[in-house]
Structure formats: C-alpha cells, structure tokens
Design a protein around this ligand. Structure first.
Ligand code: T3D
Length: 254
C-alpha cells in the first residue's frame, strides 16, 4: 500500500491504492507509520518525497472501510494521529508531490509536507464537512497556520474544491508544475535537500512549529538553544569553511 524507492539519500513513498484513489485504511496508516519511523531512524535517508500512485494523491479516509458500520472514531483517529505526529516531527525534510486530488485526510497529509508541489491538474478539498465530520488528521491545526484563520474558516465550512493554482495563491502549495514534470521537479528538490545540513533542517522545522505556542521571550530562548545545537554540528563548521574558501559546502547531515 505504500511503495518505497530509495534514490541516493531520498526515500520516495507512493500511496498505492490507485483503484481507490489511494483512500486511507487503518492498514495503510499503520504501514505508513512504520515506514516513517524507519526513515526517521535511518541516517542514510536525508529527505523524503511523498506522492500518490495513479490519478489521485489521496481521497482521504476510505469511506468503504467499515462497510455499513461505524468505526470507533477515537480509536481509529489514534492510528491517524501517530502518523501525523510522525510527519510533523520528522527530522528530515519532506517534499510532497500532489499529483491529483487531495481530499479530507489526504489533503492533511499533503499539508504536512515541508515543501509542497502540485501538478496543474491536482485539486484540494477539505471534504470533512460534506460528510458531517469535523476536520481531523491535524487539519484544524495546520490549515489556519498556512492560510490564516479567516480563510481556514471559509475552507473548512464550505469545503470548496480548489485548483492547484488556487491552492498556490493561498499558500497551500509552493509550486505548481505540469503533471508530466511533477516527479522530476519534486525529486530534484528532495535531492537538493538530501545534500543539505539535515540536522539544521530538523531544528528549523522544530522552531517553526514550536513558536506557535511560545511567547516572544520563550521563542527567542528556544532559538538560542537550538542555535547552540546547530552551531555544534559538523555541517556548520563545513558551511563556514566553504564560505571562506569560496566553494560549495559538502554537508554530511550532522
Ligand atoms: O474514520 C473516519 O471516517 C474519520 C476519519 C476521517 C478522515 C477523512 O479523510 S474524512 C474525508 C473522506 N473523504 C471524502 O469524503 C472524499 C470523498 N471523495 C470525493 O469527494 C471525491 O471522490 C473526490 C473529490 C476525492 C474525487 O472526485 P472525482 O470526481 O475525481 O472522483 P469520483 O468519481 O468521485 O471517485 C472515483 C471513485 O473513487 C468512485 O468509485 P466508483 O464509483 O468509480 O466505484 C468513488 O466512490 C471512489 N472514492 C472516492 N473517494 C473515496 C472513494 N472510495 C472510498 N473512499 C473515498 N474517500
């Protein structure tokens, strides 16, 4: 259900239930969680790329998974939540290549990418309210942070289907490219990140997330602590040395 391919320091993950628009099941969530955990622990993985197989990125929860019955929502969401925590806490850059529709929790997965590319034919819809559910999989957290509170209100209450270009105008995606070039561009970006100062990326990601719950004084203190940590990396030494020697740095990721 989750295809894995390694290209140098990049781990490419493809959600792979194309006949169901890559809709999410509990089993897919558990597999994705394992893959993310392994990637987190593997020093050879220095960037990840997440995309979808077939015409969709991900249609969100598989609405057929529980047949006519209902899931135990709280238990089911615990399986979602550990995936979201793994994505948000990933200490490596995550590039997301949205190749087609991203709906509900599928849109949430896309938004947890650090750099988000979309094919021209991709689209985004929160979808939750249309089936009488509240936003989950971290959507209520990440969406207002990306687009602002007022726009998040509109998107979550009305659930429009946004084109890739509309999503870009709102800041949901960073770049829109023709579908046939999406993977190539996303991979080029992931490769660039895989050669970067991995530890510094992890600390930068942590700062960005943490500052939302901190006062200015606390945020400044955390910057100082994490700068101390970044300052002790080999990559910082190499960056400064390369600058002095007027050559590109050769980062090793620690
Ligand atoms: O456990 C819980 O429920 C809590 C967790 C919730 C998290 C969530 O993600 S809630 C939101 C769930 N997702 C949705 O509500 C999206 C439902 N799908 C759609 O709105 C549309 O299908 C799309 C906007 C995604 C795509 O539209 P379109 O026109 O490109 O395709 P389509 O014709 O609607 O769908 C194609 C097929 O995929 C179709 O099957 P068929 O008729 O060809 O046999 C459709 O039923 C199926 N499909 C689409 N989305 C899902 C799905 N099958 C299962 N689950 C889906 N989510």
């Amino acid at each position: 259900m989750v295809l894995k391919e390694r290209q140098e320091g990049v781990l490419i993950l493809s959600l792979n239930r194309p006949e169901k628009l890559n809709a999410i099941t509990g089993a897919l969530l558990d597999e994705l969680y394992q893959v993310l955990k392994e990637a987190q622990e593997d020093p050879g993985v220095r960037a990840l790329l997440l995309t979808g197989a077939g015409r969709a990125f991900c249609a969100g929860q598989d609405l057929g998974e529980f047949g006519e019955g209902k899931p135990d929502y709280e238990a089911h969401l615990r399986r979602y939540n550990r995936v979201v925590e793994a994505l948000a806490g990933l200490e490596k850059p995550l590039v997301v290549a949205v190749n087609g529709v991203a709906a509900g929790a599928g849109m949430s997965l896309a938004l947890w990418g650090d750099l988000r590319l979309a094919a021209l034919e991709a689209s985004f819809t929160p979808a939750f309210v249309r089936i009488g559910l509240v936003p989950d999989s971290g959507m209520s957290f990440i969406l207002p942070r990306l687009v602002g509170f007022a726009k998040a209100q509109e998107l979550l209450l009305l659930s429009p289907r946004l084109s890739a270009e509309e999503a870009q105008a709102l800041g949901l995606v960073h770049r829109v490219v023709p579908g046939e070039r999406l993977l190539e561009e996303a991979l080029a970006l992931a490769r660039e990140l895989a050669q970067g100062p991995t530890r510094t990326y992890a600390l930068t990601k942590k700062l960005l997330l943490e500052t939302y719950r901190l006062s200015l004084t606390e945020a400044l203190a955390l910057e100082a602590i994490l700068q101390g940590e970044a300052g002790r990396t080999q990559d910082h030494e190499e960056g400064v040395r390369a600058f002095r020697e007027k050559r590109p740095p050769r980062f090793v990721g620690r």
